[in-house]
Write a protein that binds this ligand. Structure first.
Ligand code: FEO
Length: 398
């Protein structure tokens, strides 16, 4: 096992979860990592741990560098169990270690683990001297839990950002810049996973992210490297910071997303004609059937789309169940700056499109157009679908 040193005295001691395929409902076809970092100075600090079940692998990696009993501080940037799950094992080995976290972190860890660890709580601006290296703490509530915080190594200018700037991506390489040159895992793949991660985990917190980046600038925190707790480490963080600024501010592409389910192909026929209308105006459009594409992939596409068109058939006087489930997920992520459109079909009784509209309105979104057909779309209905596609395409071009 080779030691991975980010800079002298700072080691990656995390694990690669090659078989991760589902992260609490978010599909992870490329696996993932749980990154933990060991900082060795006069005093020794471990920043975050790994998911339970991978504890021995992390501990073996630490033992390559030091005896875990020598750890003075265990820093928990975030209580969610993919990062705190190995705390019980490491705190047993590092008997005299202080456990450092936010006040909310302490509350969460006590509820999860009910252990009388030696806690020390910190706030933004608190520092911990390890010797030559100084750790500076920055609380980051709602990025993405109330307990979250960042740890900054002042002398090395490394931000240990926990979930922020992460991606679910298993690789034998640790740095984005190294992965870029590999066949199969190129730069675009990493950025694609970073976008998916942002869309599915951090999208609700865009405003908080913009304020936090501003706060870091005001604190004159110079960042030379970002080491998140998932995926690749960014040796040159400019690219991922720029991407976060873009995503958080809701900047979108000239792109239309058509998302639908269908019972007897009526809604599908409408969706296809809408897509033809958009496409004929030269605007990018993607079509997703809700039972044929993973929702976390569709949400990633929604991140940068300017218009979202939702199609549903009618079942039991309401929207189709997959449409309801998907809308609950999507609106919970609070996408911003979108044009919303609804369409769909019904047989003897309506209600599908109406209930989609009600769902969107209750989440604070106002569809600008709704189109509904009875039974099967006829020639005139299809002309209307095509025209609707053209109208939305012209709006996203502005
Ligand atoms: Fe919020 Fe990676 O856990």
């Amino acid at each position: 096992m080779t030691k991975i040193e980010l800079v002298p005295g700072v080691y990656w001691v995390g694990v690669v979860d090659w078989n991760l395929r589902d992260f609490h409902g978010y599909t992870t076809p490329r696996g993932g990592t749980y990154n933990a970092y060991l900082i060795v100075d006069d005093k020794i600090a471990l920043v975050d741990t790994v998911k339970h079940g991978f504890n021995n692998e992390m501990i073996d990696r630490i033992k390559q560098i030091i005896d875990p009993a020598r750890i003075d501080y265990v820093i928990s940037n975030h209580v969610e169990m993919d990062h705190s799950g190995s705390l019980p094992e490491i705190m047993k080995l590092a008997e005299r270690a202080e456990l450092i976290c936010t006040e909310k972190g302490k509350e969460g860890l006590l509820r999860y683990y009910r252990s009388a660890w030696n806690f020390r709580t910190v706030r933004t601006g608190d520092e911990l001297q390890l010797g030559k290296k100084t750790l500076y703490f920055i609380t980051a509530p709602m990025l993405h839990w109330p307990d979250s915080m960042f740890t900054y190594i002042k002398e090395d200018k490394i931000l240990l950002s926990n979930d922020g700037f992460g991606q679910h991506l298993a690789s034998s390489f640790r740095f984005y810049e190294d992965v870029c040159s590999l066949i199969g895992y190129d730069c675009d793949t990493v950025m694609d996973e970073a976008a998916k991660y942002y869309a599915n985990i951090l999208m609700p917190f865009g405003g908080v992210i913009l304020k936090k980046i501003e706060e870091l600038q005001k604190l004159h925190i110079e960042i030379k490297m970002i080491a998140p707790s998932h995926g690749m480490i960014w040796k040159d963080p400019g690219k991922i910071i720029d991407a976060y600024l873009k995503w958080a501010s809701g900047k979108s592409k000239q792109k239309v997303l058509v998302i639908y389910d269908t019972m007897w192909n009526s809604t599908e026929n409408m969706a296809q004609e809408i897509v033809r209308g958009v496409s004929d105006l030269g605007v990018e459009v993607s079509l997703f059937h809700l039972r044929k594409t993973e929702w976390s992939e569709i949400v990633k596409e929604a991140l940068e789309a300017r218009a979202i068109m939702i199609g549903t058939p009618t079942l039991n006087n309401g929207m189709f169940p997959t449409v309801g489930g998907f809308l609950t997920y999507l609106t919970g992520l609070h996408p911003i700056e979108k044009i919303w459109v609804t369409f769909g079909s019904y047989g003897w009784g309506g209600g599908g499109v109406r209930t989609v509209n009600e769902k969107l309105k209750s989440a604070g979104y106002e569809p600008i157009e709704s189109l509904e057909v009875k039974f099967k779309p006829d020639e005139q209905d299809l002309v209307k679908c095509y025209a609707l596609g053209q109208k939305i395409a012209s709006l996203v071009k502005v």
